[in-house]
Design a protein around this ligand. Structure first.
Ligand code: AMP
Ligand code: MN
Ligand code: MN
Ligand code: MN
Length: 289
């Protein structure tokens, strides 16, 4: 039986394809009972998602996925049960969004030099509601016929060493964890299996993250293999970190996994929601009926 809980998803406020309201409706239709909206560096979708969650009878967890630079690598830190009005968090996210705009200008300038013009306007055309991201440049480049699909366009243009890549420094890990934790939320390392850190750096990251006040890691996510579920379940126990799970859904055709298909956590994991009354209650009532 798939799990009813999905703690990682994206709407049109970041690089997802569904509006916050449609995303929540989709989750409900797929049987999800508790959904976290975790747009990249922006919480502007939460209000609309909350209205839809009430309408569809599902529990909305207020979340965000913060872009971080750690030892010259980009990491993503998910904040769950955050207070999006908390000023240090809101101001920190606003600064990251301003950085995204500068990075987009840099990406466009380098694509210009490569002979692909108009990408800044082209990418913003796909990013009307919130942040600008590489995904929006990807959609523009596909529309122009520069590549056939998302995977191809990232490989050819949008990763390190390619014409549309522009080096950028995101938030510090310490700041991201502090903004989340002091707003009352829980910080979780998103999709740890995707960073290609090597064993030594992964252990360093987990220790540093926990010492900074980080509380959880994603054990089950759309981009982990079943072997990685086990690997990160073990690491979560080893480091005394709680376990989270989420599809990282971005919309039809743009996702690792459809909603409502997440397997539960491996046994022995301490779920990140262990003391969240709304989820504990929900699980209890669904066991009864
Ligand atoms: P950004 O935060 O602007 O650098 O954009 C990162 C987003 O691009 C990620 O959250 C993914 O949604 C998407 N992405 C990154 N790498 C790939 C890839 N290889 N193929 C498809 N989408 C990707
Ligand atoms: Mn994304
Ligand atoms: Mn991510
Ligand atoms: Mn994500």
């Amino acid at each position: 039986m798939p799990s009813l809980i999905d703690l990682h998803s994206h709407s049109t406020i970041s690089d997802g394809l569904l509006t916050p309201g449609d995303l929540v409706a989709h989750a409900a239709a797929k049987g999800v009972r508790a959904l976290a909206l975790t747009d990249h560096d922006d919480t502007a979708g939460l209000a609309e998602a909350e209205v839809a969650a009430f309408k569809h009878g599902i529990q909305l967890i207020h979340g965000v996925e913060i872009s971080v630079t750690w030892r010259n690598r980009t990491l993503h830190i998910v904040g769950l049960n955050i207070d999006s009005d908390y000023a240090p968090l809101a101001n920190g996210l606003a600064a990251i969004r301003a950085g995204r705009h500068r990075r987009a200008e840099g990406m466009a300038a380098s694509l210009d030099k490569f002979g692909i013009v108009g990408s800044l306007e082209g990418a913003y055309k796909f990013a009307k509601q919130g942040i600008i991201s590489r995904t929006h440049f990807a959609r523009f480049l596909i529309e122009k016929g520069c590549a056939n699909d998302m995977r191809g366009v990232f490989k050819k243009y949008l990763v390190k060493g390619k014409p549309g890549y522009f080096e950028h420094r995101w938030a510090d890990l310490e700041d991201a964890v502090n903004w989340i934790a002091s707003s009352g939320g829980v910080a979780a390392i998103a999709h740890p299996g995707r960073y290609d850190l090597g064993r030594t750096n992964m252990l360093l990251l987990l220790e540093e993250f926990r010492n900074l006040g980080g509380a959880a890691i994603e054990v089950v996510t759309g981009s982990h293999t079943p072997a990685q579920y086990q690997e990160f379940a073990k690491l979560s126990k080893q480091f005394g970190l709680q376990a989270s799970q989420g599809s990282d859904y971005h919309g039809p055709g743009l996702s690792y996994m459809e909603m409502g298909r997440l397997p539960g956590l491996p046994s022995g994991c301490v779920p990140v929601w262990q003391h969240w009354p709304e989820i504990v209650e929900m699980q209890f009532s669904s066991e009864l009926h």
